[in-house]
Design a protein. Structure first.
Length: 479
């Protein structure tokens, strides 16, 4: 008998076979040689994987005063400061409830040779834990800090979906609107005709990954910058607008609304819809209408090249043996580490472009979780629509499904909502659980088999949360 963990990657057994699975990663087929590990591995794993044995749980006792230099009940160590850079950083906050948590997360990072991570957890919409593990940069031994920022990859899709639903709720947009009636100035390359079915694509189709593009059949244009630049006769790298122009000259892979196929490009289009309808850039609209109202001010769109990145952004590490790639930037003739020019990160804005720290991500999660201890960005009706099962044969009777920017698995009179992200050099996930938690974990590494690590990371987070038997009552959002 197979034991199925209640982790976010668990899927049902149907007629003795795995239920239909879905790609969960950003990377596109055909974009690079297989050794680059940009290509999706394929099936979603059945189980969350075995978590390392946890040390005995500790009695939290009275919460100690962290940083006073005295070893008190509930503390593992206290060296007289609350610096994030010393050996006591994760043992004095207070540490007693979270010692097993730290051991479990650290073990999975070590097992998969991931340089570092940040984790934030909320319980009942209170921020109860924020942690940093390992190194932000191995080359100079720079310790990871809790507020170091990282690429969040496809977690960006959830943010884009919420931005779209804000516009729907405000009456500026309808889910039934035809995307290319709104984008009426977008044209295919000179001399090429549109697929007539493009006119049928709605906003709802794009949110559900049902627009008609199947990267398993025709590749992912978001990782074909050099191909697109060559076809359009431009220097490159191909921008989001260039990618849209190129794709308007390509045929669809299926009729819109008839199938599910995970599509980065579909969410790129949603970003252009936001810009057209709002009159603002995608980034400005999301800042003004989604992030700033909930107190998130540190998120921004990431950049491809190391020299253009902010000081608090981590270094992205590849697995042992990963080969360099050809840069999409024509001024860089030498081969490059793939996280630094192997794709045009700026063009990925609405589907994979944001950088953030984990604390801001759980702040976002508590503002869209459908629980009203904190004021939500969306009303109850819109939130229910956001996580509703699509009326599509693919998802009929399945244990889980892809809604609008979320994977959803109903359980115990509620549901787990989650998304994952993966690019060379980063693996990410965030989750709203059925039992009152949210968590976000960002890492600056990815293995050759990205699915394998994300599966184990998911299992580790569930085990780590379950290891805590005395959650504190404080709220670190108030700090």
């Amino acid at each position: 008998m197979i034991s199925v963990r209640w982790g976010v990657l668990a899927v049902a057994l149907t007629s003795g076979c795995l239920a239909d699975t879905t790609p969960v990663h950003d990377a596109g087929l055909g974009a690079a040689p297989a050794d680059a590990a940009i290509v999706d591995v394929g099936d979603v794993p059945l189980d969350a994987g075995g978590a390392p044995d946890a040390p005995p749980l500790l009695d939290a006792g009275d919460f100690a005063e962290c940083g006073n230099g005295e070893l008190e009940p509930g503390e593992r160590c206290d060296d007289g400061n609350t610096s994030e850079l010393d050996a006591c950083a994760n043992d004095c906050t207070p540490a007693a409830p979270f010692y097993a948590f730290d051991q479990i997360v650290s073990a999975v990072l070590e097992r998969y040779d991931i340089a570092g991570a940040t984790v934030a957890v909320t319980k009942d919409e209170r921020l109860v834990l924020k942690r940093a593990y390992g190194l932000a940069d191995r080359s100079d031994n720079r310790v990871m800090k809790r507020r170091d920022r990282m690429r969040i990859a496809s977690l960006s899709k959830t943010i884009t979906a919420v931005a779209i639903l804000r516009m729907v709720e405000d009456g500026r947009l309808a889910l039934s609107d035809r995307a290319f009636e709104l984008l009426d100035d977008a044209q295919p390359p000179v001399g090429q005709d549109r697929d007539a079915r493009l006119a049928q694509i709605t906003i709802e189709h794009l949110l559900h990954h049902a627009g008609g593009w199947d990267r398993n059949a025709s590749g992912d244009p978001m990782f074909r910058s050099r191909v697109i630049s060559s076809a359009l006769g431009i220097d490159g790298p191909a921008s989001a607008a260039d990618t849209l122009t190129y794709m308007l000259g390509q045929p669809l892979d299926f009729d819109p609304g008839t199938a599910y196929a995970y599509s980065n490009f579909g969410y790129l289009i949603l970003g252009r819809v936001i810009e057209k309808v709002s009159g603002q850039s995608y980034e400005a609209f999301v800042h003004n209408e989604v992030l700033a109202p909930i107190g998130v001010h540190d998120m921004e769109l990431g950049r491809s090249l190391a020299e253009d990145q902010p000081e608090d952004e981590v270094t992205y590490h590849l697995y042992e043996g990963a080969r360099d790639g050809v840069s999409v930037f024509p001024q860089h003739s030498d081969r490059v580490k793939r996280p630094y020019g192997g794709w045009h990160h700026e063009a990925m804005d609405a589907h994979g472009g944001w950088i953030a720290h984990s604390e801001d991500l759980v702040r976002f999660l508590t503002a869209v979780d459908g629980r009203m201890d904190r004021v939500d960005l969306l009303d109850a009706q819109t939130t229910a629509k956001m996580v509703e099962r699509p009326a599509m044969e693919r998802w009929s009777g399945r244990a889980w499904y892809y809604a609008m920017g979320w994977s959803v698995r109903p359980t115990r009179n509620s549901a787990n909502w989650w998304h994952m992200g993966s690019l060379p050099g980063t693996s990410t996930l965030f989750l709203r659980s059925h039992h009152g938690f949210t968590w976000a974990v960002l890492t600056n590494g990815r293995t050759a088999d990205g699915n394998d690590f994300l599966n184990a990371l998911d299992g580790a987070l569930w085990s780590a949360v379950e290891s805590v038997n005395d959650w504190p009552e404080y709220d670190l959002f108030a700090d």
